[in-house]
Design a protein around this ligand. Structure first.
Ligand code: ZN
Length: 224
């Protein structure tokens, strides 16, 4: 049976958002989509880009995978490249102007890699997928014994950094970035804190967006 939660949610959507944005949906159907921003996010159910950025239909082109990884450009014919296909679609067909790699705190994929857990399935797709972030881990050096959570947060940031570098291995991305027609951004969502950090292109540091918009919220004890 189709989950009741989804039927309820769909009913609420029809009465609410669809009703109020009907003209927009019709226009999008007629003229096609033209999102200017693409987001590479994690499959994690807590970090939906459309929710975090309060996006209307047609505004964000989103591709989500385990741990928001952009693979390196690999034009081989033997593998399937879902994320690379989405990137090609966003950059070449839709001509997005921005690509945001959106990392987040408490990422299960990053933890799985760092803790080198036993393969979750006989196929171990996750282990193989996450092995792509090995260069990010190498950039951090060896993990100190008593540095559990701190290390994971640093690896989450380093992984976003690596994905930004990997984006530049795609010829279609690199050419447009060099011509100033496409901008790449790194961002990081804190989940519990609601904080959004954005990578400063000049310093490479992740800073709170707009001087930390969460400052007005009730005090949160942790960082993320
Ligand atoms: Zn994640």
């Amino acid at each position: 049976m189709f989950p009741e939660r989804l039927t309820q949610g769909y009913r609420a959507f029809l009465d609410g958002r669809f009703a109020s944005e009907r003209t927009r949906y019709e226009m999008l159907a007629e003229r096609g989509q033209r999102p200017e921003i693409m987001v590479v996010g994690c499959v994690d159910s807590r970090v939906s880009p459309e929710v975090i950025f309060d996006a209307a239909p047609g505004e964000l082109l989103v591709v989500r995978n385990v741990a928001n990884i952009v693979p390196r450009y690999e034009p081989d014919r033997d593998s399937q490249h879902g994320t690379s296909a989405a990137l090609e679609f966003g950059v070449q067909a839709l001509k997005v102007k921005h690509i945001v790699v959106l990392g987040h705190a408490f990422c299960g994929g990053i933890r799985a890699f760092a803790d080198e857990q036993e393969p979750l399935s006989p196929g171990d797709f996750i282990g193989r997928w996450m092995s792509q972030i090995a260069p990010a881990a190498e950039s951090l050096g060896p993990r100190a014994k008593d540095d559990g959570e701190g290390y994971l947060r640093r690896l989450e940031f380093a992984s976003v950094e690596l994905s930004l570098q990997n984006l530049m291995t795609f010829p279609c991305v690199r050419i447009l970035v060099e011509r100033g027609r496409l901008a790449l951004h790194g961002a990081y969502f804190g989940v519990a804190s609601g904080r959004l950090l954005v990578r400063d292109a000049a310093t490479g540091r992740f800073e709170p967006v707009a001087g930390d918009l969460t400052a007005a919220l009730p005090k949160f004890s942790g960082d993320f």
